[in-house]
Ligand binder design. Structure first.
Ligand code: MG
Length: 374
C-alpha cells in the first residue's frame, strides 16, 4: 500500500482514549476502534433499523447496517486513493449511524419532539453516547473507549451550545474548524451512499419510475450510456449498471477535486487540515447535480404519500412509547429506571427508545397498547 500522505491521520499521533489502555498488538489503534464497533450490540441492531423503508416491507431494501457497510466501502476507496488513513475512515463510517432511532428520520423527529425541554434528541450526539457510555461490554469502562479521532469523526454536526459541553471533542465546532480528512470523507461517503441507494430502493419499490429519473441529469447521463452500450438491457440490470456508474463517477470526482483542493490549500499536516476550509468536496458541477438529485428524491420519494403514511405511524409509535414510559416509569426495564429526576428519566427513556430496532419498537408498542396482548 502507498505510504500515507503527510496530512493523513496517524494512529501513533492519536490524542488517545479516555481510559488509558496498552497499545494493541498486531493492529493499529484505529483498527482496534473499527473492531470494537463491529462487535458492539448497537452495530448488530443496525440490521433491523431503516432509513426510508420500514424493515418488514421487504428483504431487499437497505437497512442501516448495509448502508453503513456501503459508506465504509465508498469511504475506504476515497481514502486509499488520497493516501489517507483507511482504517480511521472505516471506523467512523461504520459507527456514524449507531445512534439512530428506529424508523429513520421520522423516529428521530418524534423523539426530538418528546425530548424538547429535556435537552432534545440528536442522532449524532446519540451515536457518541452509544460509543462513550451505552455499550456495556468491557470490564474496565462503559462504552467502547474509542480514540479521540474516531469519536470526533462520529460527531458530524453539532450546535455550538452542545459543542461547548463536550470539551475538547466539541472544540472544532466552537472554533469553526474542520475535522480530519478521514472524517470529511466518511461524511460525504454517507451522502453518496444514501442518494444512490435511495434511487435504487425507490425504483425497486415502485415508488420511483425510470421515466421520472430520465429528467434527473445525474442519473440520465449514465442511463443513456448504459442503453447505448447494451440496448436490450432491462429492469434490474439496467438500474444496477446505471447506479454503479453514478457511484463511480461521484467517487472519481471526489478524489480528483479533493486532491486539487488539498494541493491548492498547501496543507502539510493534519493540524493544517483542521485550520483550512473543507477540502473533501465535489467539483462545482457535480455538487450542483447532486443538489438536483437530492431535490428530486425529496419531492418524489421522501414526500411520497406511502412514505408519509409510514412516517406518520412511526412518529406515533415513538411518541406513544415515550409518553407511556414517562407517565409510568415502572413499565421501563430496570436498567433504564432512574431516581435522578425528570430530565434524567427523559434521557433514559430516549436511550431505551433510540436503541430499539423497528420491529422491537412495533412489538413494544403492541405490548403496551394492545389490550389482548401480554
Ligand atoms: Mg448515514
Amino acid at each position: 500500500m502507498a505510504e500515507l500522505a503527510p496530512y493523513a491521520s496517524r494512529p501513533e499521533d492519536s490524542r488517545g482514549r479516555h481510559y488509558a489502555e496498552d497499545a494493541p498488538q498486531g493492529r493499529s489503534e484505529f483498527q482496534r476502534d473499527r473492531d470494537r464497533i463491529v462487535h458492539s450490540t448497537a452495530f448488530r441492531r443496525l440490521e433491523y433499523k431503516t432509513q426510508v423503508f420500514v424493515n418488514h416491507e421487504g428483504d431487499l431494501y437497505r437497512t442501516r447496517l448495509t448502508h453503513s457497510i456501503e459508506v465504509a466501502q465508498i469511504g475506504r476507496s476515497i481514502a486509499r486513493a488520497l493516501r489517507l488513513n483507511e482504517d480511521l475512515t472505516e471506523a467512523i463510517s461504520l459507527a456514524h449511524d449507531l445512534g439512530h432511532t428506529p424508523f429513520g428520520h421520522a423516529g428521530q423527529d418524534a423523539l426530538h419532539a418528546c425530548m424538547r425541554g429535556s435537552g432534545g434528541f440528536e442522532h449524532n450526539l446519540q451515536s457518541l453516547r452509544v460509543v462513550d457510555l451505552l455499550e456495556t461490554r468491557y470490564a474496565a469502562f462503559d462504552g467502547l473507549n474509542l480514540t479521540f479521532e474516531t469519536r470526533e469523526g462520529i460527531l458530524k454536526h453539532c450546535s455550538v451550545a452542545n459543542a461547548r459541553k463536550l470539551g475538547e471533542l466539541g472544540e472544532r465546532f466552537v472554533r469553526k474548524q474542520q475535522p480530519s480528512l478521514e472524517a470529511q470523507i466518511a461524511n460525504i461517503a454517507d451522502e453518496v451512499a444514501y442518494n444512490n441507494h435511495d434511487v435504487d430502493d425507490g425504483l425497486r419499490s415502485g415508488l420511483l419510475t425510470l421515466d421520472q429519473l430520465r429528467d434527473v441529469p445525474a442519473f440520465a447521463r449514465h442511463l443513456d450510456e448504459v442503453t447505448r452500450l447494451y440496448p436490450d438491457l432491462v429492469d434490474r440490470r439496467l438500474i444496477h449498471e446505471t447506479v454503479r456508474r453514478m457511484i463511480n463517477a461521484l467517487i472519481n470526482d471526489l478524489v480528483t477535486n479533493s486532491r486539487l483542493n488539498i494541493r491548492r490549500a498547501g496543507v502539510a499536516s493534519p493540524q493544517e487540515v483542521r485550520a483550512s476550509r473543507a477540502l473533501v468536496c465535489f467539483s462545482a458541477d457535480m455538487a450542483a447535480e447532486q443538489r438536483q438529485l437530492k431535490q428530486f428524491l425529496r419531492h418524489n420519494l421522501y414526500q411520497h404519500y406511502l412514505v408519509a403514511r409510514m412516517a406518520n405511524k412511526a412518529r406515533r409509535i415513538v411518541s406513544d412509547l415515550f409518553g407511556a414510559f414517562q407517565a409510568d416509569p415502572r413499565m421501563l426495564p430496570p436498567q433504564y429506571r432512574t431516581e435522578a429526576g425528570a430530565t434524567a428519566l427523559a434521557r433514559s427513556i430516549a436511550d431505551y427508545i433510540a436503541g430499539m430496532t423497528d420491529r422491537y419498537a412495533i412489538r413494544e408498542h403492541r405490548r403496551l397498547f394492545a389490550v389482548a396482548e401480554i
